[in-house]
Write a protein that binds this ligand. Sequence first.
Ligand code: ZN
Length: 122
Amino acid sequence: MLENNTSICDKCGNPCISKIEENTQGLYCEKCNKWLVVATHIPAIESDPTIFKIFLDAGDFKNKEQIKILSTAANINFLEARKLLKKSNVEIFSGSATKVKEVSKKLKHVGIDFYIDPVFPY
Ligand SMILES: [Zn+2]
């Protein structure tokens, strides 16, 4: 069954599909691998005005990877990051939802325990 908003590709005559991919939504022809009608899709996370804060919960100050990631995330040097990893409940980053998501992914990857305030819904 074709949906009402399905249209036919003008190149190959194949029915197009509705598709959302990253920041793009529209009609897509799978045969030509081409977008036909394109609109910008803004995910909720990108329009969320909330500033989220990441707090360090627990880390390992002997772990070089953790130190490296933390120093990048918190914008501090290696020594400061090492000191910070001995602490807990310290704010290490604040920013928009998309940035917090990016940073938290990296922290998770190296095994740093952290929490986000307010509760991060993404
Ligand atoms: Zn086509």
